[in-house]
Design a protein. Structure first.
Lengths: 292, 782, 159
């Protein structure tokens, strides 16, 4: 499978990359990890006339904590999260779980977190995790950089708030507090597949054991990963019980609007949405020392 | 004439493989590694429509793409008398490039030849084809109605390809009608694909002597040579087929594909070497698929579980051409083995095959010519019967086994099973898996509503095609051959008509020679795949190599031993009658101190042979007197997650009996690999076409191959019941794990779900299917 | 476009189209055919090489132009002259290959795996290799091969 011909530009700075994207508009694509883009090009489903390679921009390759926010740069690899020194900390357990099931262990060494968010596959993993974490994405446009909340960033299947000529620079995840944990539950047909169904959960507890904040999101449940607001609403302020989890799971199953495809039927995927939210909640709570 | 090789000189030794050094250093020679000066690349244009008339093909734009040298279509080939290719089954032909119409999605329509891969791809994209879609026949039941005739080119104007049957129809029907207990079930063995990691491909060129040099991924190079001679008219001595290292085959590299013919035509027409390497998508959508048998299985039994009769009626989906590469007298392969390990007094098996708008094929994927389908049918059938009778699945099998004393056993469907001790194999398996304890555990879990299953498969399969009386491909009988030459210093070379795709022949064939001649296997070179040097053989598939070529090697070696004995007698200064072969040496009878080694004799064969013929070599063409019948007992233990439908294979034990084992390491590797393929077939693999004929599983994102994480841990063991008619008692084993395992997995899942009243689920057993079966069962309860 | 890529310590200067995949660059422009192409969707891992010493990369999913100025390790670079790398020895000793087509990719993915985790459990190895497909071995002996190599590489080298 041979891609169609294109021109290749290696950008050496963020400004250079942006200038090239502005210049070529819809004809250009950013080449960061390329783990979704290159296969699409090999099938000639994507035919950019210009690729702007940003892998050489040192300024893009970072993961750092800054004022209560975890900032993941445009070329930071999935594997950098997977192997981060802090990834064992339970407050990051959602990102821990996700980073181990994105694509496969080789693709993860080149694929990027920001790239996955920009690709916005309906059954992607980082998008659901970003929703549950209440993350945001910094996008550079003609009028400079702007921060877009993840709920607004994810527009439709394979469509995001990044417009023609723009570039996503950074993903921002708020640093959860001490009494926080999460979980990512993914059912895939085999390693390397997108999710048949997946649930991302991020919880924090009050000192009295009630739920302080809740983030619940689903993948493979609609045109984009989707937040289950009803579940979050049910959870906040409550003491965790089996009934509460059941109610949150039911809300998730209801919210899920999956497509029938080779991965599964609609009833099956909706069922999984509920099952996985329940399991995710139990695991997150378990990590916080709460067993039901 | 058989010997049980209990010796440990070479046969039976777990020696490391001799071929490995080049592979682990990246120095294998696969066909895509070859380049020749001036080589062109070929790309194929393929149809997006499953059934359509071709109104027009416009190649003008393609010819303008820089680097494109030529484009050919079906019309061009037809004009040269090369439009159609006989299929290996022999009774049908297949379009090389579409002529007049296309019959399946991704069918080959035009071939583009260019200076580079890129130019060929760009050129292929620019060829314009005008199609007029025709109604699609997407399943064999619709095809049967003949409402849409798919093959007007054939003499019989029907989609029905053949009816085949074996056994006693009336006696079986009567026995079933009068049986106190009966089961009947429709079992579908789904369409799947062997998907070796190296796709198919070739490089073709005509050399300065006008010979066709054809490097190709072929499991049967001599058959290719003969077939090409017949199809192209090029004299057979002017065709040189070379099959290099093959990255897996599994039956996928047996048929001759349209791409090969196009590459040869291009090389001839343009006068430059042509390379064609298919993409994975092309491999999955157009090369030989496997299975697609809808089988109605009926078994009759007495109240206490003795089987009385077996009837299997199959509807077979062959795709658009009958390219199931079966031996010519066996349009349904060796499906007649469907009585399996059981002593059915009567049986009747029949197969009706139909054309559909799908890719052609059917015989592939480690299937032993439809033995996988047959084995699945009987092993699932027996489990359904056990369920019906409320009997333990192992007990029912045991009760009906062909007994050890009954061998050689003539089955109701005409096979003479050579040897086996099925009870011994089953006993070992049940003991090793801890069957009693597992049943106790299962009872406890069931009381708690947990779903745990134990699945058994006690298969007998049939390999080693085959005796000339019954087996031929395109008329060529299915013998095999070996040519052995021993050099002055005691090293040697053996060439056979088989072709390894990873089975380890460079090691195992050397072991046989070494064993028979008391030489060092490390210095016996093995060569396969070059039709200029290898003796004629039918190739490697259907687990036939050890039964046929392995035998030929032993027999050729024994011919050498006979010649060597004469020279030994001369060296030992005694008469021939006073020399015996003992402890891997020639010895004067009764005088153990007077010996010469084969190495001594080899040197003398060239330097001091006296009046004997110089040199030390022999050839043997082996026509097997019978097939061989490996058997096994496989046990799978699974746990099912009610909420997600996930099936975890907790344990899998395979006890195989393949007779004499040449190399235990190689055999174990074959079992691991075959079980993994069986696991994939049971749980995740399917080539699906929708009702409009669109192929839904066109690459590895949707045609699922298990990774190291999904694949269970395999436990293996063996019993050894040598084949009485094979020179070293060996039976062959490569396909057994793929033959016996799917039923073990399915039986285990159904066993887990049986408290809910679930009786059968077709493969692949996806989580969705399991979940839905559970939901439906729970609905029924309400 | 001109690219300069160091492969197994040797510098290759070649002229390529931007769309040339790294896998084909290695196989055809550098003549190193040990890296294989087995699929269209970066699913099989037969093409894995190691970039800049420690990153396993599916070379069918990267353009040669991206490798300009970088170092690549392919299967041909594993052995030290006539001395096999412990991974190669492990695959041979444990019968971790049959047709050999997936083997180079398995070796390089394992190489990167052991760099990150010199003492992997069986589960770590199965997980780490889950981006590489094998049709022949069922993975069991591949796992043993990597375990053998890991053990050997952890031993201090005796003179």
């Amino acid at each position: 499978m041979i891609p169609a011909a294109f021109d290749y530009i290696r950008a050496h700075s963020a400004d250079e990359a942006f200038a090239q994207l502005q210049k070529h508009g819809a004809d250009a694509r950013v080449l960061a990890g390329g783990q979704s883009l290159i296969p699409a090009m090999r099938f000639r489903l994507a035919r950019p006339s210009v690729l702007v390679d940003v892998n050489g921009i040192g300024d893009f390759d970072y993961i750092r904590e800054n004022n209560g926010t975890l900032c993941i740069g445009a070329t930071a690899r999935d594997v950098a999260v997977e192997r981060a020194s802090w990834i064992g900390d339970r407050r990051w357990s959602l990102l821990h779980d996700v980073s181990r099931v994105v694509a496969d262990p080789v693709v993860r060494q080149t694929g990027t977190v920001v790239g996955s968010l920009c690709h916005n596959d309906p059954a992607g993993d980082w998008t659901a995790a970003a929703l549950a974490s209440r993350a945001s994405v910094v996008v550079r446009g003609k009028s400079g950089p702007r921060t877009v909340a993840i709920d607004e960033f994810l527009v439709d299947s394979f469509t995001t708030a990044v417009s023609e000529g723009e570039i996503a620079l950074e993903a921002r995840f708020p640093v959860p507090d001490d009494r926080s944990a999460g979980s990512y539950q993914k059912i895939e047909r085999k390693v390397g597949d997108f999710a048949t169904a997946a649930a991302a959960v991020q919880l924090s507890l009050n000192a009295d054991g009630t739920i302080r904040t809740a983030g619940v999101a689903l993948s493979a449940a609609g045109p984009c990963a989707v937040r289950v607001e009803e579940a979050e609403r049910l959870l906040v302020g409550q003491k965790p019980t089996a009934d509460l989890i059941r109610a949150a799971a039911a809300a998730a199953a209801k919210k899920s609007e999956p497509q029938a495809d080779l991965r599964g039927s609609v009833p099956y995927k909706k069922n999984l949405a509920g099952v996985l939210v329940a399991r995710g909640l139990r695991q997150a709570l378990g990590r916080l020392g709460v067993t039901l | 004439m058989s010997t049980q090789a209990t010796d440990r000189h070479a046969v039976g030794v777990a020696m490391k493989r001799k071929e490995d050094p080049r592979f682990i250093q990246g120095k294998g020679h696969y066909v895509d590694d070859l380049t020749f000066p001036g080589m062109l690349y070929m790309a194929l244009v393929r149809s997006p429509y499953p059934h359509a008339e071709i109104k027009n093909i416009d190649i003008a734009d393609a010819m303008k793409v820089p680097g494109v040298k030529a484009v050919i279509t079906g019309k061009d080939l037809d004009a040269a008398g090369l439009g159609w290719l006989p299929t290996f089954h022999g009774f049908d032909k297949q379009m090389v490039l579409a002529i007049g119409k296309v019959l399946y999605q991704y069918q080959e329509v035009a071939a583009v030849f260019a200076e580079s891969r890129e130019a060929a791809a760009d050129g292929a994209e620019t060829v314009q084809v005008d199609y007029a879609p025709l109604p699609v026949v997407a399943d064999p039941f619709t095809s049967k109605t003949d409402k849409v005739l798919l093959r007007p080119d054939r003499e019989q104007k029907t989609n029905h390809i053949f009816h085949w049957e074996v056994g006693d129809k009336d006696a079986t029907a009567r026995a079933l009608a009068s049986s106190p207990r009966r089961i009947k079930e429709r079992l579908w063995f789904q369409r799947c694909h062997p998907a070796p990691l190296e796709p198919c491909g070739c490089v073709a060129y005509f050399d300065t002597m006008g010979r066709l040099q054809f490097h190709v991924t072929s499991q049967a190079p001599h058959v290719y040579r003969t077939a090409l001679a017949l199809v192209t008219g090029i004299p057979e001595d002017k065709i040189h087929v070379i099959s290099p290292d093959l990255g897996g085959g599994f039956g996928n590299k047996v048929p001759v594909y349209p791409g090969y013919v196009c590459a040869i035509v291009g090389a001839l027409k343009i006068g430059r070497p042509v390379k064609w390497i298919e993409t994975r998508t092309e491999n999955l959508t157009s090369t030989g698929f496997a299975r697609d048998y809808h089988m109605d299985v009926e078994i009759g039994a007495t109240e206490d579980g003795r089987v009385t009769a077996l009837h299997v009626a199959t509807t077979a989906d062959h795709g658009a051409f009958d390219a199931a590469a079966d031996p010519s007298k066996y349009p349904a392969g060796i499906f007649g083995i469907v009585t399996g390990s059981y002593a059915f007094p009567v049986a009747h098996a029949e197969v009706d095959a139909y054309f559909t708008n799908k890719a052609p094929g059917g015989i592939a994927y480690r299937c032993s010519f439809r033995v996988t389908e047959a084995s699945y049918a009987i092993e699932r059938g027996m489990d359904i019967l056990a369920d019906e009778l409320g009997m333990d699945a192992a007990e029912l099998r045991s009760k009906n086994f062909v007994k050890k004393e009954q061998f050689p056993y003539p089955s109701a469907l005409g096979f003479t099973y050579d040897s086996g001790d099925y009870q011994k194999t089953l006993n070992l398996a049940l003991e090793k898996i801890g069957y009693k304890q597992l049943l106790e555990e299962q009872a406890e879990k069931r009381a708690r509503g947990e779903l745990m299953g134990i699945g058994i498969s006690t298969f007998t399969e049939v390999v080693g095609a085959g005796p000339s009386k019954h087996f031929d491909i395109l008329g060529i009988k299915m013998f095999d051959s070996a040519e052995i030459r021993i050099h002055p210093t005691g090293a040697g070379i053996v060439r056979t008509g088989t072709k390894s795709q990873g089975q380890g022949h460079e090691t195992t064939w050397a072991q046989i020679v070494a064993e028979e001649l008391g030489l060092d296997p490390q210095t016996i070179m093995v060569e396969e795949g070059d039709t200029d040097t290898a003796p004629y053989g039918l190739g490697t598939y259907a687990s036939r190599s050890t039964p046929t070529a392995g035998a030929a090697i032993a027999m050729a070696a024994r011919r050498i031993r006979e010649k060597a004995r004469k020279i030994a007698a001369h060296l030992l200064e005694v008469g021939e009658a006073d020399v015996e072969w003992k402890d891997y040496k020639f010895q004067v009878k009764g005088v153990p101190s007077k010996t010469v080694t084969m190495k001594d004799v080899a040197f003398a064969a060239y330097t001091n042979m006296a009046q004997n013929e110089p040199g030390l070599e022999a050839t043997f063409y082996y026509d097997p007197p019978n097939m061989t019948y490996p058997n096994g007992t496989y046990v799978a233990v699974v746990d099912v997650d009610r909420e997600t439908g996930e099936v975890k294979v907790r344990r899998f034990l395979a006890v195989d009996d393949c007779g004499t084992i040449i190399n235990p390491l190689v055999v174990e590797g074959q079992i691991h690999g075959g079980l993994t393929e069986g696991f994939a077939i049971a749980f995740m693999q399917e080539i699906q076409y929708d009702a409009e004929g669109n192929n839904l599983n066109t690459n590895f994102t949707d045609y699922l191959l298990p990774t190291s994480l999904e694949t269970p841990h395999w436990e293996t063991d063996k019993t050894v019941t040598p084949s009485p008619h094979h020179p070293i008692g060996a039976k062959g084993v490569g396909e057994s794990p793929n033959v016996g395992s799917p039923a073990a997995f399915v039986n285990a899942v159904i066993d887990a779900l049986s408290p809910l009243g679930v009786r059968h689920i077709d493969m692949p057993i996806t989580r969705d299917k399991v979940w839905r079966a559970i939901q439906e069962a729970e609905q029924r309860k309400k | 476009m001109k690219v300069t890529v160091t492969v197994n310590g040797t510098v290759y200067e070649r002229d390529v189209q931007p769309r040339t995949l790294l896998a084909y660059f290695l196989r055809e422009d550098c003549g190193l055919t040990g890296t294989h192409v087995g699929c269209d969707t970066s699913s099989c891992g037969c093409c894995v090489v190691v970039l800049d010493g420690n990153r396993a990369v599916k070379s069918c999913n990267m353009f040669a132009v991206q490798a300009d100025g970088h170092q690549i390790l392919t299967v041909e670079g594993l052995a030290n002259g006539a001395t096999l790398h412990p991974l190669q020895q492990g695959f041979w000793d444990q019968h971790g290959l049959q047709c050999g087509f997936c083997t180079p990719g398995m070796l390089l993915t394992s190489y990167a795996l052991l760099k990150d985790n010199p003492n992997p459990s069986e589960a770590d190895i199965r997980e780490g290799l889950s981006g590489n497909l094998c049709r022949c071995t069922g993975y069991q002996n591949i796992v043993k091969a990597v375990q053998q190599a890991a053990g050997q590489m952890r031993e201090p080298v005796s003179a």
